[in-house]
Design a protein around this ligand. Structure first.
Ligand SMILES: Cc1cc2nc3c(=O)[nH]c(=O)nc-3n(C[C@H](O)[C@H](O)[C@H](O)COP(=O)(O)O)c2cc1C
Length: 330
């Protein structure tokens, strides 16, 4: 009898498959449906800091005639979630908790440590089981030193952690000057989980119309390589649960990530393309593999092939092809 239950960021999950934050997790109907389909947990679509600040500015302008968000206006806002967007998000959490049998993780997409962070306590009051901070501002200001951006991230996460008692997890990109160092710094903060990695919207160019277009919205399977490597390098070195995200499209992928040391996997693209039936397919695939290999629970094999868990794992750290490149035949 195989047991797929696991723990992530202090939450008890029936299985290690989480619906990642996306359009699939932004309505009560789809949240209910994902829960009924047997998902392990659901990360709600993010509320975006830029949108919140934009609405705050509009509200401030109406109240004061000034576009600037004055601290005293923020004090007023602290008392009640006055901004429509926040109110709608709080309602989404409240309703999601009513229809879902599995943990609901709220998600905030943040790009700065501005005073919006009080929203974290509103999210907690609404009953979310955890908060995922989706952290990224594209460092397109070429004059901004990396250290400045990194310090701002650390302060932001620390501020949010101090405001709530529910677990805070962090979803990051792989684009840091020194990813390993940054992850070590994050791991000293009181976060309970880290999501490796976010995948960003990428603009493309239509050469016929010579205009910018949206492209590459969904991941391709080969993108699993990045979270696979970093889950393996990190697990065992930091005392924080790892959720793997990007390119995980089937049960075999999930097994690989668990072997590398992730506690759970997050899926988005495959829910868009294959629908909820993929949840059962993935769970069955993991169960069948566990039976074949005589594992009765996830912890029996989690991290077995991590950098620390196995003696022959130098490949995780190898970045050049060396011999493989020479021997590679088309
Ligand atoms: C249409 C779409 C919308 C998304 N919206 C969000 C979002 O609001 N917040 C977030 O943290 N990630 C968002 N993501 C990223 C996913 O949560 C996930 O990290 C990414 O798609 C990689 O996983 P995948 O390979 O399973 O798609 C979105 C992804 C897609 C495809």
């Amino acid at each position: 009898m195989t047991n797929l239950s696991t723990q992530y960021a202090g939450l008890k999950l029936n299985n290690p498959i989480i619906a990642a934050s996306s359009g699939v997790t932004d309505s009560i109907e789809s949240i209910k449906s994902l829960s009924e389909a047997g998902i392990g947990a659901i990360v709600l679509k993010s509320i975006f800091e830029e949108e919140i600040l934009m609405e705050m500015e509009q509200l401030t302008q109406q109240m004061t005639g000034q576009p600037y968000v004055y601290p005293e206006t923020m004090d007023y806002m602290n008392e009640e979630p006055t901004v429509d967007l926040i109110r709608a998000y709080i309602n989404l959490i409240i309703e999601a908790k009513k229809v879902s049998k599995v943990p609901i993780i709220a998600s905030v997409n943040c790009i700065s440590n501005q005073k919006w962070t009080y929203i974290a306590s509103e999210i907690e009051k609404a009953g979310a089981d955890a908060i995922e901070l989706n952290l990224f501002s594209l460092p397109s200001d070429l004059n901004k030193p990396a250290g400045e951006i990194e310090q701002m991230y650390l302060e932001l996460v620390d501020t949010v952690c101090k405001q709530v008692k529910i677990p805070v997890t962090l979803k990051i990109s792989p684009y840091f000057t020194s990813l390993g160092q940054m992850l070590k710094k994050f791991s000293k903060l009181p976060i309970k989980g880290i999501v490796l990695f976010n995948r960003f919207y990428s603009p493309d160019i239509d050469i016929n119309t010579q205009e910018l277009t949206t492209s590459f919205v969904l991941s391709s399977h080969s993108e699993i390589a990045l979270p696979l490597r970093w889950a393996a390098i990190l697990s065992g070195s930091i005392d924080i649960d790892i959720a793997a995200s990007t390119g995980i499209h089937n049960g075999k992928d999930a097994i690989k990530l668990l072997l590398a040391g992730a506690c759970v996997v997050q899926i988005a693209s495959i829910l868009y393309t294959n629908g909820e039936k993929v949840i059962d397919e993935m769970k069955n695939s993991i169960s069948d593999w566990m039976k074949e290999n005589e594992y009765s629970s996830i912890k029996d094999f989690k991290g077995k092939l991590s950098l620390k868990g196995h003696e022959n794992t130098a490949s995780w750290e190898r970045v050049q092809f060396m011999r493989e490149f020479r021997n590679f035949i088309k």
